[in-house]
Each structure stands twice: as structure tokens, then as C-alpha cells.
Design a protein around this ligand. Structure first.
Ligand code: ZN
Length: 228
């Protein structure tokens, strides 16, 4: 993000307006509404699950990418080598604006990045993307209420995962318990985003933006929307 872009963004936010994204030279029509964006992601995930992915990133696409971007959807996804929205939703480069952080938590830096893509680039949808077998959520469960000190910055991270979700302290089924915590953590992100960002809250209120949460099953590849 250069200085000019930041200034344009600040101006756009001050006016309560989103600047029009740069023209794209793609051959396919980008989703124009939040519901169209959801439909495109659902269709792309079905292709991925059925091993019928269509997206490619040929060298011939690079000049258009270098000229600008207009990502129709944005993501908070976990920092995990098995989670890639572009692959999971069968989208080419330039279609998705992806932020990544362990536990897909809502930090100030993530909020600012999402405000940029919504206010300046015109993204229609934000997806908070949890996933099965999430090590960050598992660590948060394991180390909550413990007197053991985790090293480095990990305590700050896991506190943000588990504190928003009040769960039974004695899980009978650890796998279901983890799955429930992953879903809760993703779902809670919606209200956190809205509460922490007047920019995003206003975009949702005006109908320009939807924020949804969901979980990708790593085994099947299927993404299930858990809250919208
Ligand atoms: Zn994870």
C-alpha cells in the first residue's frame, strides 16, 4: 500500500464512500453484490471438492494483475499450511483479499487491512475462515486455566481465541469439543469485526458488505457456512 493509496483511502473513509476499484481486464464477470460473492465462493468450493477446479494463473494474466486489483471477497484465515482460500474456493489471483493469522482472530492490523479492501478496493464480502483440526484453537483449549506459562507471545494469541467462547470445561468428546470451539471462534469474529470497525459496520448497514463465518473440513475440502 503506497502513500497515495493511503491518502485516497483516508479520503474515501472521511466521505463515507468507497472509491471505485481499477478496471479489470478479466474475461469473467466479477460478483457485484454480497450475495453474488457468496454464490461464487459456494460454487468454487463445490468444484474444488469434486476435483473439478477451473482456475489457473497463466503468465498472460500478470499484466492485468500488475495494473490493479478488485477482489470481490476478503478473508481472515488461519496461519496454517493447509488452508488456502484461493485453492479451496477455486479462484484465480486477484479475486480474493486474504489476511492470515493463527486462530483467524480479529486484531487491529487485520481490521485495518479489511477496511482497506472494503473501502478502497470494493470487496463485497468478508469471510472468517476456520478449519478442522486447528492447532491454534486446540492449544487455546489445552492451555486455558493452566498455570503453565507458554513461551513468547503465545499467551496473548490463545487468550483471544478462547476468551470469547464460553465452553464446558470438561469435554466428553474432545473432537466435537474442538470442532465446536473452532465454529464458535469463527462465528464470534463477525460481531468483533462490526464492533471494532465503524467502517465495516457502516458498509454492512448500507448493504454493500456481508460478513460471514465458516469452517473448512481439511479431509473433504468442503467449506460450511456456520453464520451469516
Ligand atoms: Zn488453525
Amino acid at each position: 500500500m503506497n502513500r497515495l493509496t493511503l491518502l485516497l483511502m483516508a479520503g474515501a473513509m472521511a466521505c463515507g464512500l468507497a472509491l471505485a476499484p481499477k478496471a479489470e481486464t478479466t474475461t469473467t464477470q466479477l460478483p457485484q453484490t454480497p450475495d453474488e460473492a457468496i454464490a461464487e465462493l459456494v460454487a468454487g468450493n463445490k468444484r474444488y471438492v469434486k476435483n473439478k477446479a477451473e482456475s489457473a494463473n497463466p503468465p498472460s494474466a500478470r499484466p492485468a494483475l500488475a495494473a490493479g486489483q478488485a477482489p470481490f471477497a476478503a478473508f481472515i484465515r488461519c496461519a496454517d499450511s493447509r488452508v488456502s482460500p484461493e485453492i479451496c474456493f477455486d479462484q484465480p489471483l486477484g479475486g480474493l483479499f486474504v489476511t492470515g493469522i493463527a486462530g483467524n482472530i480479529v486484531t487491529p492490523e487485520v481490521v485495518a487491512s479489511l477496511e482497506y479492501t472494503v473501502a478502497v478496493l470494493g470487496s463485497k464480502l468478508i469471510v472468517i475462515m476456520g478449519h478442522s483440526s486447528c492447532g491454534a484453537v486446540e492449544a487455546a483449549i489445552q492451555f486455558r486455566n493452566t498455570t503453565n506459562e507458554l513461551p513468547g507471545s503465545l499467551p496473548m494469541l490463545i487468550d483471544q481465541i478462547i476468551v470469547p467462547c464460553t465452553l464446558d470445561s470438561n469435554p466428553k468428546d474432545p473432537n466435537k469439543y474442538l470442532a465446536d470451539a473452532v465454529t464458535c471462534n469463527a462465528n464470534k469474529g463477525i460481531e468483533q469485526l462490526i464492533n471494532r470497525s465503524p467502517v465495516l459496520a457502516e458498509a454492512v448497514k448500507s448493504g454493500k458488505l456481508k460478513i460471514i463465518a465458516g469452517v473448512q473440513d481439511l479431509g473433504s475440502g468442503k467449506f460450511t457456512i456456520t453464520k451469516q
